[in-house]
Design a protein. Sequence first.
Length: 281
Amino acid sequence: MSNSPAAPAEGHSSLEGKPLDPDGSDADLFQSGFLADATVKCGDKTFNVHLLILCRRCEWFKKCFVGHYKESQDREVTIVDENPDLIECLLFYIYSQDVEKAVTKLANITQWSRYKGCVMLWKAGDFFLLPGLKRGTRKHLFTLIKADISRLCSIDDPTAFSIDEISDAIRAAYTIPNAKWWRTAIAGFLCIARRNTLKSDKLFELMEEIPHFAVDFLKSLRHPSPSGGEMHKGPMICGKCFKPVKKPQDGAMWYPLSISDVVVVQHLKCIEWSTPEAGKP
Ligand SMILES: [Zn+2]
């Protein structure tokens, strides 16, 4: 028996000296299909995949490929009634473990907003038993909101916000039966940006289209966060005596639901109760 190692397989030499996953990600294996040993089909797309990676990282695929099913013999799974682009990005996530890149990739392929990308990948994470993807998409939503909030709440440039940017995500959240968390989160986001969203005719068109969305938006207004735009810009000034309200317990604050959405602060001692019998909280 010879001690010399076997000649490398064709294509192997090009990887010599290079780590397989330079980013700590296996995304390149998914892109190249190198040494793939199974197939996932969805719609008009076929993906060459690696049993080891899918079965190790995804309970749903493990059940398919390791159980006593036809799929485990054929090493082929066909996913029906699902968007092939979504499945592609789901697989990309399983390989890369990178939620942000998966959301961006999905948005680029489909022209969906990244908000809708989050909702749809969460839905996929729920179906394919990927708790990390469910957590990651929720977390990523707040990253998106944080990045967009100042633009969406801009007073100087009200045209900076278009509800079009998020309406596809709203529609998606209301077509997925158990996406209550997303509905509340998105309604809350639009409520924070209400200085602009309430000016948008599209908001009310969406409410006519999806009455439940109107209910969730109103629920958010019941306990609104301070509207963005003018938050933390200066000291709170009493609307009655125009002196600073130094401690929160010295003052009361209102966020009227009008479009102008003026934040009213008054010292408790300065408040004139219009109907003293019934009005005092
Ligand atoms: Zn005062």
